[in-house]
Design a protein. Structure first.
Length: 318
């Protein structure tokens, strides 16, 4: 792998670590939530390619995103079902659960079981279809594509559609901007002037600790304009820093290992976080640092197992 690609995996590694930390009761959760999920949609746009034929593009996107969504939704439902039996809790309303998986596909409808984090997958699937369609029909009208993406972003706050379509409208903006960013800078040096422009914004928010609240899963932006300014400043700053570090120190592929396994970690950290929280609180009490370390130890065991048996069962889908 070339160095100009390794830095993307390194950045994804940092992002997925933040995801795991953010889902603990840590003092940094509000900071992490203000940028970490937009970052993953942004990074997903780096390698977006609309050159494939319609059927090929749809099939590849469906297999990569929606097949794991359905498989791990049922894994999450099964895990929740077993937990409720063991703890003598009331059973789930299976009608609501199935509506969430096959119709709504959004966070609110998936939160009845361990598959609640999977809202990201259909949202990205819809975002990819939107960008592919605009490339297909507006190939000579790039400004119109820009306009449509922004219109869909604003419309996403006022509609509630099935198949996570409204979440896809919301996410498409970040994927689109990631595509623009990567295509422009992949063979260029990041301009120092741009970095100097965004640096004061980053410093301001770190100094004031007044990060705009963002919950992308529920499309909640406390201050939409500030949310976007803060994320893009943070995203560009991180991109520049890790691009420069990777190229300067000639980092190996090992540093991007977690990034290349980010989907697996994203899906399984819900289970490992839960186990880590229970184990830690039953032994030493509430301590988010210990809980995080235990969770990552469990994730490490899963990653080792996957490396030994990459085509075994569900591992071939992540």
């Amino acid at each position: 792998m070339k160095n100009n690609l390794i830095w993307v995996d390194v950045l994804k590694s940092i992002g997925i670590i933040m995801v795991v930390i953010g889902h603990f009761d840590s003092p940094y959760s509000s900071f992490i939530f203000s940028w970490h999920m937009p970052l993953f949609f942004f990074l997903a746009g780096f390698f977006f390619n609309s050159d494939a034929e319609v059927k090929s593009f749809f099939n590849k996107s469906f297999q990569r995103l929606m097949i794991p969504f359905f498989i791990f939704s049922f894994v999450g439902i099964l895990a929740e079902f077993v937990k409720r039996i063991l703890l003598s809790r009331a059973p789930m309303d299976m009608i609501d659960v199935l509506i969430g998986v096959f119709w709504k596909m959004d966070y609110q409808s998936l939160q009845y079981h361990y598959g609640y984090v999977l809202w990201f997958l259909p949202s990205l699937f819809i975002a990819r279809l939107i960008l592919y369609a605009t490339d297909l029909y507006l190939i000579h009208y790039k400004f119109m594509k820009f306009f449509i993406v922004w219109i869909l972003f604003f419309c996403s706050f006022y509609v509630d559609l099935p198949f996570a379509i409204d979440n896809g409208f919301n996410a498409a903006l970040f994927v689109y901007l990631g595509t623009l960013f990567y295509n422009y800078f992949k063979n260029r040096s990041f301009p120092v002037l741009l970095f100097l422009l965004i640096l004061p914004i980053v410093f301001y928010y770190f100094y004031t600790q007044n990060f705009p609240v963002l919950n992308l899963a529920e499309k909640y932006y406390s201050k939409p304009f500030e949310n976007l300014i803060w994320f893009f400043s943070m995203g560009l700053a991180l991109s520049l820093v890790f691009q420069k570090i990777t190229l300067h120190y000639n980092l190996s592929q090992a540093y991007g290992f977690l990034g290349r396994n980010s989907m697996l970690i994203f899906i399984f950290h819900v289970y490992t976080n839960n186990i880590a929280t229970i184990l830690t609180r039953k032994t030493i009490g509430s301590n988010w640092v210990v809980e995080f370390l235990v969770s990552f130890l469990l994730i490490g065991i899963i990653l080792v197992f996957k490396s030994k048996f990459p085509k075994l069962g569900i591992f071939k889908y992540v």
